[in-house]
Design a protein around this ligand. Structure first.
Ligand SMILES: Nc1ncnc2c1ncn2[C@@H]1O[C@H](COP(=O)(O)OP(=O)(O)OP(=O)(O)O)[C@@H](O)[C@H]1O
Ligand SMILES: Cc1ncc(C[n+]2csc(CCOP(=O)(O)O)c2C)c(N)n1
Ligand SMILES: [Mg+2]
Length: 345
Protein backbone atom coordinates (compact mmCIF):
# COMPACT_ATOMS: atom_id res chain seq x y z
CA UNK A 1 0.00 0.00 0.00
CA UNK A 2 1.27 3.53 -0.58
CA UNK A 3 3.00 4.58 2.63
CA UNK A 4 2.65 8.12 3.93
CA UNK A 5 5.78 9.96 2.88
CA UNK A 6 7.17 12.50 5.31
CA UNK A 7 8.63 15.30 3.28
CA UNK A 8 9.95 17.47 6.09
CA UNK A 9 13.70 17.89 5.68
CA UNK A 10 14.49 17.10 9.33
CA UNK A 11 12.57 14.21 10.79
CA UNK A 12 15.19 12.29 12.76
CA UNK A 13 14.87 12.77 16.53
CA UNK A 14 17.49 14.94 18.17
CA UNK A 15 18.77 13.69 21.53
CA UNK A 16 18.53 15.76 24.71
CA UNK A 17 21.02 18.45 23.66
CA UNK A 18 23.86 15.96 23.30
CA UNK A 19 25.38 14.90 19.99
CA UNK A 20 24.27 11.29 19.85
CA UNK A 21 24.02 9.12 16.71
CA UNK A 22 20.70 10.53 15.57
CA UNK A 23 21.24 14.16 16.54
CA UNK A 24 24.53 14.24 14.63
CA UNK A 25 22.83 12.84 11.51
CA UNK A 26 20.11 15.44 11.81
CA UNK A 27 22.46 18.32 12.48
CA UNK A 28 25.13 17.60 9.89
CA UNK A 29 23.63 15.39 7.20
CA UNK A 30 19.92 16.14 6.82
CA UNK A 31 19.48 19.04 4.42
CA UNK A 32 16.60 20.64 2.55
CA UNK A 33 16.01 19.24 -0.93
CA UNK A 34 18.53 20.60 -3.48
CA UNK A 35 18.21 18.13 -6.29
CA UNK A 36 16.55 19.76 -9.28
CA UNK A 37 16.49 16.79 -11.63
CA UNK A 38 17.60 14.35 -8.93
CA UNK A 39 15.66 11.13 -8.29
CA UNK A 40 12.95 12.12 -5.78
CA UNK A 41 12.80 10.41 -2.38
CA UNK A 42 11.22 11.19 0.99
CA UNK A 43 13.45 12.70 3.69
CA UNK A 44 16.28 10.75 5.34
CA UNK A 45 15.10 8.63 8.26
CA UNK A 46 13.61 5.38 6.93
CA UNK A 47 15.34 1.98 6.72
CA UNK A 48 15.62 2.49 2.96
CA UNK A 49 15.39 5.48 0.70
CA UNK A 50 12.72 4.82 -1.93
CA UNK A 51 14.06 6.48 -5.07
CA UNK A 52 11.67 7.27 -7.90
CA UNK A 53 13.37 6.78 -11.27
CA UNK A 54 10.81 7.70 -13.92
CA UNK A 55 8.04 5.12 -13.63
CA UNK A 56 10.19 2.82 -11.47
CA UNK A 57 10.94 2.90 -7.72
CA UNK A 58 13.90 1.23 -6.04
CA UNK A 59 14.78 0.80 -2.36
CA UNK A 60 18.38 1.61 -1.38
CA UNK A 61 20.12 1.16 1.97
CA UNK A 62 23.72 1.42 3.23
CA UNK A 63 25.09 -0.11 6.42
CA UNK A 64 28.64 0.04 7.71
CA UNK A 65 30.05 -2.47 10.17
CA UNK A 66 33.37 -2.36 11.98
CA UNK A 67 35.22 -4.99 13.94
CA UNK A 68 35.13 -3.94 17.58
CA UNK A 69 31.91 -1.93 17.11
CA UNK A 70 29.56 -4.37 15.36
CA UNK A 71 31.56 -7.57 15.70
CA UNK A 72 33.79 -8.88 18.46
CA UNK A 73 37.46 -8.40 17.52
CA UNK A 74 37.93 -12.14 17.14
CA UNK A 75 34.68 -12.75 15.21
CA UNK A 76 34.75 -15.66 12.81
CA UNK A 77 35.15 -14.20 9.25
CA UNK A 78 32.38 -16.41 7.80
CA UNK A 79 29.97 -14.94 10.35
CA UNK A 80 31.16 -11.40 9.59
CA UNK A 81 30.54 -11.85 5.84
CA UNK A 82 27.12 -13.42 6.26
CA UNK A 83 25.86 -10.94 8.84
CA UNK A 84 27.25 -7.92 6.97
CA UNK A 85 24.96 -8.65 4.02
CA UNK A 86 22.07 -9.92 6.17
CA UNK A 87 21.70 -6.63 8.06
CA UNK A 88 21.44 -4.71 4.78
CA UNK A 89 18.87 -7.17 3.41
CA UNK A 90 16.96 -6.67 6.66
CA UNK A 91 16.55 -2.97 5.78
CA UNK A 92 15.21 -3.97 2.35
CA UNK A 93 12.82 -6.38 4.11
CA UNK A 94 11.56 -3.51 6.27
CA UNK A 95 10.64 -1.62 3.11
CA UNK A 96 8.99 -4.71 1.56
CA UNK A 97 11.52 -4.58 -1.28
CA UNK A 98 13.00 -7.62 -3.00
CA UNK A 99 16.84 -7.69 -3.03
CA UNK A 100 18.39 -7.22 -6.48
CA UNK A 101 22.02 -6.01 -6.12
CA UNK A 102 24.64 -5.00 -3.60
CA UNK A 103 27.97 -3.15 -3.52
CA UNK A 104 30.76 -4.00 -1.05
CA UNK A 105 33.36 -1.53 0.24
CA UNK A 106 35.94 -2.98 2.58
CA UNK A 107 38.94 -1.64 4.48
CA UNK A 108 41.38 -4.34 5.65
CA UNK A 109 44.46 -4.05 7.89
CA UNK A 110 46.15 -6.79 5.81
CA UNK A 111 45.39 -9.05 2.83
CA UNK A 112 44.88 -12.26 4.83
CA UNK A 113 43.67 -15.01 2.44
CA UNK A 114 42.36 -17.19 5.27
CA UNK A 115 40.20 -14.36 6.66
CA UNK A 116 39.06 -13.35 3.17
CA UNK A 117 38.10 -16.92 2.23
CA UNK A 118 35.85 -17.26 5.28
CA UNK A 119 34.41 -13.75 4.84
CA UNK A 120 33.60 -14.22 1.14
CA UNK A 121 32.02 -17.65 1.76
CA UNK A 122 29.67 -16.18 4.38
CA UNK A 123 28.92 -13.16 2.20
CA UNK A 124 28.04 -15.21 -0.87
CA UNK A 125 26.01 -17.72 1.08
CA UNK A 126 23.67 -14.86 2.05
CA UNK A 127 23.84 -13.43 -1.49
CA UNK A 128 22.78 -16.75 -3.04
CA UNK A 129 20.07 -17.45 -0.47
CA UNK A 130 18.44 -14.08 -1.24
CA UNK A 131 19.31 -13.93 -4.98
CA UNK A 132 21.21 -10.69 -4.49
CA UNK A 133 24.41 -10.48 -6.58
CA UNK A 134 27.49 -8.36 -5.81
CA UNK A 135 27.76 -5.70 -8.55
CA UNK A 136 30.82 -3.66 -7.47
CA UNK A 137 32.53 -1.98 -4.56
CA UNK A 138 35.90 -0.77 -3.31
CA UNK A 139 38.85 -2.28 -1.41
CA UNK A 140 41.37 -0.29 0.64
CA UNK A 141 43.94 -0.77 3.37
CA UNK A 142 42.96 0.18 6.90
CA UNK A 143 46.25 1.86 7.84
CA UNK A 144 47.80 1.42 11.26
CA UNK A 145 47.56 4.44 13.55
CA UNK A 146 50.17 5.14 16.24
CA UNK A 147 51.51 1.62 15.81
CA UNK A 148 48.08 0.03 16.36
CA UNK A 149 46.76 -2.11 13.49
CA UNK A 150 43.85 -0.64 11.51
CA UNK A 151 40.45 -2.28 12.00
CA UNK A 152 38.45 -4.12 9.38
CA UNK A 153 35.51 -2.03 8.27
CA UNK A 154 32.80 -3.15 5.85
CA UNK A 155 30.23 -0.98 4.13
CA UNK A 156 27.48 -2.50 2.00
CA UNK A 157 24.96 -0.68 -0.14
CA UNK A 158 22.02 -2.91 -1.09
CA UNK A 159 19.28 -2.22 -3.61
CA UNK A 160 15.84 -3.75 -3.98
CA UNK A 161 12.90 -3.72 -6.31
CA UNK A 162 9.71 -1.99 -5.23
CA UNK A 163 6.45 -3.03 -6.89
CA UNK A 164 4.57 0.12 -7.89
CA UNK A 165 3.51 2.06 -4.81
CA UNK A 166 3.61 -1.04 -2.64
CA UNK A 167 6.32 -0.45 -0.03
CA UNK A 168 6.64 0.33 3.68
CA UNK A 169 8.24 3.23 5.53
CA UNK A 170 8.36 4.27 9.18
CA UNK A 171 5.62 6.85 8.53
CA UNK A 172 1.96 5.87 8.33
CA UNK A 173 1.16 4.33 11.75
CA UNK A 174 -2.23 5.57 13.00
CA UNK A 175 -3.73 5.71 16.53
CA UNK A 176 -5.61 2.44 17.11
CA UNK A 177 -3.31 0.39 14.86
CA UNK A 178 -1.94 -2.84 16.31
CA UNK A 179 1.82 -3.20 16.82
CA UNK A 180 3.34 -6.51 15.76
CA UNK A 181 6.80 -8.05 15.88
CA UNK A 182 8.30 -11.05 14.13
CA UNK A 183 10.30 -13.81 15.83
CA UNK A 184 11.66 -13.65 19.36
CA UNK A 185 13.57 -10.39 19.92
CA UNK A 186 16.20 -10.19 22.65
CA UNK A 187 18.04 -13.43 21.93
CA UNK A 188 21.08 -11.72 20.35
CA UNK A 189 21.61 -9.43 23.33
CA UNK A 190 21.38 -12.40 25.69
CA UNK A 191 24.62 -13.54 24.04
CA UNK A 192 26.32 -10.13 23.92
CA UNK A 193 25.32 -9.12 27.46
CA UNK A 194 26.60 -12.41 28.84
CA UNK A 195 29.90 -12.07 26.91
CA UNK A 196 30.24 -8.58 28.41
CA UNK A 197 29.62 -10.05 31.90
CA UNK A 198 26.39 -8.09 32.51
CA UNK A 199 24.49 -11.26 33.42
CA UNK A 200 24.84 -15.02 33.15
CA UNK A 201 22.98 -17.37 30.81
CA UNK A 202 22.74 -21.16 31.32
CA UNK A 203 25.76 -22.85 29.68
CA UNK A 204 23.50 -25.05 27.56
CA UNK A 205 21.61 -22.05 26.16
CA UNK A 206 24.61 -19.92 25.21
CA UNK A 207 25.14 -21.48 21.78
CA UNK A 208 21.50 -20.78 20.85
CA UNK A 209 21.84 -17.12 21.84
CA UNK A 210 25.24 -16.79 20.11
CA UNK A 211 23.82 -18.21 16.87
CA UNK A 212 20.97 -15.68 17.04
CA UNK A 213 23.54 -12.88 17.40
CA UNK A 214 25.89 -14.16 14.67
CA UNK A 215 23.45 -15.36 12.02
CA UNK A 216 20.30 -13.22 11.92
CA UNK A 217 17.80 -14.12 9.18
CA UNK A 218 16.63 -11.06 7.26
CA UNK A 219 12.83 -11.33 7.06
CA UNK A 220 12.71 -10.67 3.33
CA UNK A 221 9.77 -12.97 2.51
CA UNK A 222 7.77 -11.64 5.46
CA UNK A 223 8.41 -8.05 4.34
CA UNK A 224 6.92 -8.82 0.94
CA UNK A 225 3.78 -10.25 2.55
CA UNK A 226 3.39 -7.31 4.93
CA UNK A 227 3.66 -4.49 2.43
CA UNK A 228 -0.03 -4.75 1.48
CA UNK A 229 -1.29 -4.68 5.10
CA UNK A 230 1.20 -2.78 7.27
CA UNK A 231 0.87 0.97 7.81
CA UNK A 232 4.52 1.32 8.98
CA UNK A 233 7.49 -0.99 9.39
CA UNK A 234 11.13 -0.99 10.50
CA UNK A 235 13.69 -3.63 11.33
CA UNK A 236 15.06 -3.92 14.85
CA UNK A 237 18.77 -3.18 14.92
CA UNK A 238 19.22 -0.86 17.92
CA UNK A 239 16.58 -2.42 20.21
CA UNK A 240 12.79 -2.81 19.99
CA UNK A 241 11.77 0.26 21.99
CA UNK A 242 14.39 2.50 20.37
CA UNK A 243 13.43 1.43 16.86
CA UNK A 244 9.72 1.72 17.65
CA UNK A 245 10.58 5.30 18.65
CA UNK A 246 11.61 5.97 15.04
CA UNK A 247 8.21 4.75 13.77
CA UNK A 248 6.46 6.90 16.37
CA UNK A 249 8.41 9.99 15.44
CA UNK A 250 8.03 9.52 11.68
CA UNK A 251 4.30 8.74 12.08
CA UNK A 252 3.74 11.47 14.74
CA UNK A 253 2.03 9.05 17.14
CA UNK A 254 2.75 7.23 20.43
CA UNK A 255 2.32 3.64 21.63
CA UNK A 256 1.40 1.30 24.48
CA UNK A 257 3.11 -2.09 24.62
CA UNK A 258 2.00 -5.02 26.81
CA UNK A 259 4.96 -6.95 28.23
CA UNK A 260 2.87 -10.11 28.89
CA UNK A 261 2.19 -10.39 25.14
CA UNK A 262 5.84 -10.26 24.04
CA UNK A 263 7.09 -13.36 22.23
CA UNK A 264 10.07 -14.91 24.02
CA UNK A 265 12.16 -17.93 23.08
CA UNK A 266 12.17 -20.87 25.50
CA UNK A 267 15.81 -20.00 26.26
CA UNK A 268 14.84 -16.38 27.01
CA UNK A 269 12.08 -17.52 29.40
CA UNK A 270 14.72 -19.30 31.49
CA UNK A 271 16.53 -15.99 32.25
CA UNK A 272 15.59 -13.77 35.22
CA UNK A 273 12.66 -11.43 34.44
CA UNK A 274 14.85 -8.32 34.72
CA UNK A 275 17.36 -9.71 32.21
CA UNK A 276 14.55 -10.70 29.86
CA UNK A 277 13.22 -7.13 29.88
CA UNK A 278 16.69 -5.70 29.22
CA UNK A 279 17.29 -8.05 26.28
CA UNK A 280 13.85 -8.06 24.65
CA UNK A 281 12.96 -4.38 25.02
CA UNK A 282 16.29 -2.68 24.36
CA UNK A 283 18.88 -5.31 23.38
CA UNK A 284 19.29 -4.83 19.63
CA UNK A 285 20.89 -6.88 16.85
CA UNK A 286 17.55 -8.69 16.37
CA UNK A 287 16.86 -7.95 12.69
CA UNK A 288 13.22 -8.84 13.22
CA UNK A 289 10.45 -6.72 11.68
CA UNK A 290 8.40 -4.37 13.86
CA UNK A 291 5.25 -3.15 12.13
CA UNK A 292 1.85 -1.58 12.59
CA UNK A 293 -1.45 -2.47 10.94
CA UNK A 294 -5.14 -1.61 11.34
CA UNK A 295 -7.13 -3.85 13.71
CA UNK A 296 -9.31 -5.08 10.83
CA UNK A 297 -6.21 -6.78 9.35
CA UNK A 298 -5.69 -9.04 12.39
CA UNK A 299 -7.05 -12.23 10.82
CA UNK A 300 -5.07 -11.65 7.63
CA UNK A 301 -1.85 -11.10 9.60
CA UNK A 302 -2.47 -14.06 11.92
CA UNK A 303 -2.92 -16.18 8.78
CA UNK A 304 0.71 -15.48 7.92
CA UNK A 305 1.58 -17.73 10.87
CA UNK A 306 0.15 -20.70 8.96
CA UNK A 307 3.19 -22.09 7.20
CA UNK A 308 5.24 -18.88 7.52
CA UNK A 309 8.95 -19.30 8.33
CA UNK A 310 8.66 -16.93 11.28
CA UNK A 311 5.78 -16.13 13.63
CA UNK A 312 4.39 -12.65 14.10
CA UNK A 313 2.95 -11.55 17.46
CA UNK A 314 0.76 -8.60 18.45
CA UNK A 315 2.45 -6.68 21.30
CA UNK A 316 0.60 -3.40 21.63
CA UNK A 317 -1.18 -0.55 19.96
CA UNK A 318 -0.54 2.88 18.56
CA UNK A 319 -1.78 5.79 20.72
CA UNK A 320 -2.25 9.51 19.99
CA UNK A 321 0.95 11.59 19.96
CA UNK A 322 0.12 13.34 23.23
CA UNK A 323 0.68 10.14 25.26
CA UNK A 324 4.22 9.09 26.24
CA UNK A 325 5.41 5.67 24.98
CA UNK A 326 4.62 3.11 27.70
CA UNK A 327 5.44 -0.55 28.24
CA UNK A 328 3.01 -1.99 30.82
CA UNK A 329 3.54 -5.07 32.98
CA UNK A 330 0.74 -7.56 33.78
CA UNK A 331 -0.50 -5.27 36.60
CA UNK A 332 -0.74 -2.26 34.28
CA UNK A 333 2.37 -0.61 35.78
CA UNK A 334 4.94 1.12 33.53
CA UNK A 335 8.19 -0.77 33.07
CA UNK A 336 11.38 1.26 33.42
CA UNK A 337 13.23 1.10 30.10
CA UNK A 338 16.95 0.76 29.39
CA UNK A 339 18.38 2.75 26.49
CA UNK A 340 18.49 1.05 23.10
CA UNK A 341 21.81 0.99 21.21
CA UNK A 342 23.14 4.39 20.13
CA UNK A 343 26.68 4.78 18.78
CA UNK A 344 27.42 8.02 20.63
CA UNK A 345 25.19 7.91 23.69
N1 LIG B 1 25.93 9.74 7.33
C1 LIG B 1 24.65 9.72 6.93
N2 LIG B 1 24.25 10.50 5.90
C2 LIG B 1 22.96 10.50 5.50
N3 LIG B 1 22.00 9.75 6.06
C3 LIG B 1 22.34 8.96 7.08
C4 LIG B 1 23.69 8.91 7.56
N4 LIG B 1 23.73 8.02 8.58
C5 LIG B 1 22.49 7.53 8.72
N5 LIG B 1 21.64 8.09 7.83
C6 LIG B 1 20.20 7.84 7.69
O1 LIG B 1 19.61 8.04 8.96
C7 LIG B 1 18.57 7.08 9.21
C8 LIG B 1 18.90 6.31 10.47
O2 LIG B 1 20.13 5.59 10.25
P1 LIG B 1 20.40 4.17 10.91
O3 LIG B 1 21.76 3.71 10.51
O4 LIG B 1 20.06 4.23 12.36
O5 LIG B 1 19.35 3.28 10.13
P2 LIG B 1 18.52 2.12 10.73
O6 LIG B 1 17.83 1.46 9.60
O7 LIG B 1 17.74 2.63 11.89
O8 LIG B 1 19.60 1.17 11.34
P3 LIG B 1 20.19 -0.08 10.62
O9 LIG B 1 20.94 0.50 9.48
O10 LIG B 1 21.02 -0.69 11.67
O11 LIG B 1 19.02 -0.92 10.19
C9 LIG B 1 18.48 6.23 7.95
O12 LIG B 1 17.46 6.76 7.12
C10 LIG B 1 19.84 6.42 7.31
O13 LIG B 1 19.77 6.28 5.90
C1 LIG C 1 31.35 -5.89 19.61
C2 LIG C 1 29.91 -5.52 19.55
N1 LIG C 1 29.50 -4.46 20.26
C3 LIG C 1 28.20 -4.08 20.19
C4 LIG C 1 27.31 -4.77 19.42
C5 LIG C 1 25.87 -4.36 19.37
N2 LIG C 1 25.58 -3.41 18.31
C6 LIG C 1 26.53 -2.80 17.60
S1 LIG C 1 25.89 -1.74 16.46
C7 LIG C 1 24.31 -2.12 16.93
C8 LIG C 1 23.11 -1.46 16.30
C9 LIG C 1 23.06 -1.54 14.81
O1 LIG C 1 24.14 -0.88 14.22
P1 LIG C 1 24.00 0.37 13.27
O2 LIG C 1 23.12 1.38 13.96
O3 LIG C 1 25.39 0.86 13.04
O4 LIG C 1 23.37 -0.14 12.01
C10 LIG C 1 24.30 -3.05 17.96
C11 LIG C 1 23.10 -3.60 18.62
C12 LIG C 1 27.80 -5.88 18.69
N3 LIG C 1 26.98 -6.60 17.89
N4 LIG C 1 29.09 -6.24 18.77
MG1 LIG D 1 17.05 -0.60 9.73
Amino acid sequence: MPADADDSPCSISEGQGSLDEFSLIKRFFVRPEIGAGAWPSSSIGDDCAILTIGAVKIAVTADMMALGTHFLDDADPYTVGKKALAVNLSDLAAAGASPKAFFLSIALPEADPVWLKGFSEGLFEAAERFHCPLRGGDTTKAASVNGLPGKTCISICAMGEVEGDSYMTRGGAKPGDDIWVSGTPGDAYAALGSIWGQFEVPVNDFSYFKARMDTPTPRVELGQKLKSVATACCDISDGLVGDLGHILERSKVSAILYWKDFPRSEQMKRLPEKVQRRCVLSGGDDYELLFTAPKNKRAQIENLNEGGAVKVTRIGEIAPAAEPLKVLDQDGKSIELSKSFNHFA
